[in-house]
Design a protein around this ligand. Sequence first.
Ligand code: HEC
Ligand code: HEC
Length: 122
Amino acid sequence: MLVMLLPLCALPQEAPKEGGRGHHGPPKNLKILKPEQLRPAMESFRAALGVQCTFCHVRGDFASDENPHKNTARMMLTMVQEINAKFPGNANARTYVTCYTCHRGQKEPATAPPTAAAAPGE
Ligand code: HEC
Ligand code: HEC
């Protein structure tokens, strides 16, 4: 019975205890994520948008919701969960879409290819 069921968001390894380092204590203001999802999620947000932690967080107070980008990120997270839940043929609750799928290292994703070359004949 050594079978391990990996959760959807595929944590790379077993986290020893919630919060990891513990220099700020356990999280106080999580509305969507579970404590054990926090660290990998934050790293992926930062990488996906190409930003620092302080793009969404008040410096020195991660629990604060004063920075409006933090709540935008919560809404984005909910959207991503809905997209994956409704993704065509997703019987195994796989993660198809992530922040990176749209953002690609940018704060504001492009909605058109970089070179909008005029169509021939126009
Ligand atoms: C794109 C925005 C964004 C970025 C960038 C980001 N965070 Fe977060 N962070 C959030 C959101 C949203 C939550 C709340 C999640 C929830 O409600 O479940 C959160 C919650 C947290 C919490 C929990 C605070 C508490 O007590 O409730 C910590 C700690 C944290 N982030 C650390 C970091 C660190 C460290 C980085 C940089 C590696 C980072 N975050 C980058 C959006 C972001
Ligand atoms: C379906 C595509 C899509 C996905 C997936 C997506 N985003 Fe976004 N996001 C956007 C678009 C488009 C904008 C720009 C909206 C605008 O211009 O007002 C944006 C804007 C944002 C902003 C505000 C940036 C700014 O400059 O103010 C944050 C923060 C953000 N997204 C976080 C996230 C996070 C975190 C995730 C993953 C949980 C995520 N997004 C997933 C499309 C997406």
